[in-house]
Design a protein around this ligand. Sequence first.
Ligand code: MN
Length: 266
Amino acid sequence: MTSVHDLEFFRDNGYLLLPNAFTAQEVDALAGRAAEASGSESPQRVMEKDGRLVRAVYGVHLLERTFDLLVRDRRVLEPARDLLGADVYVHQTQLNPKAPLIGDVWEWHQDFLYWARDDGMPRPDVLSVAVFLDDVTEFNGPIFIIPGSHKASLDDETATVADGWETAAQGVRHRIETDTIRGVVEEHGMVSVKAARGSVLIFHGCVLHCSPPNLSPLVRAILFIRYNAITNTLRTIPNPRPEWVASRRPSVVEPLDEPFLAAAVR
Ligand code: MN
């Protein structure tokens, strides 16, 4: 049960950090599966500009049972349901390995504007749940967040600058005007979310966020689960993106009765 304090913090700030939600053993297991997913060639994989290192792998819960169990683990599912006030389904999962010295920038953006424009998502009743598979420090590309920015509608200040989807665009596709970002930062400030591996960062679909390059010699992998309210399923649109980047087969995620790793070894 998410505490009143956490619910209020999220309502005001648009994000919530749950430190050390998962054990070292659990993170080891997730990191191992993540390395396998990164190492396997598939259309779900997006490369960095160098063409060699992996920038992202989409739909990992469809590839690997451990991740499918993770999305049902109460430690991530229950806060998501509490914060959205609804049953949820998985819109998307995404592994970002952020390779040492190469792992590149993700520019300022609101996730929901992508999902609204590219996938036909009706409302921002959607969350990103980031599971930290490594310690996230100021050196290895932490997520920058503008607290309270989830209350700002930036649709009019966001230009669509490229076609295609993530495989085609290593940069942003929907770019927010710099003056707009400056204005929101002047009003709300910024936080850089640093926490130990096993921690979980939840943020609202409209929170303005970005991530700098990883200039450290250490990997910084984060696994994102995007939970969408079951009342907010995607509209039918022409040329929908693949199932593994934007689900059109919503089914309510039911919680496990045990930690994901206990279920995984069964
Ligand atoms: Mn994002």
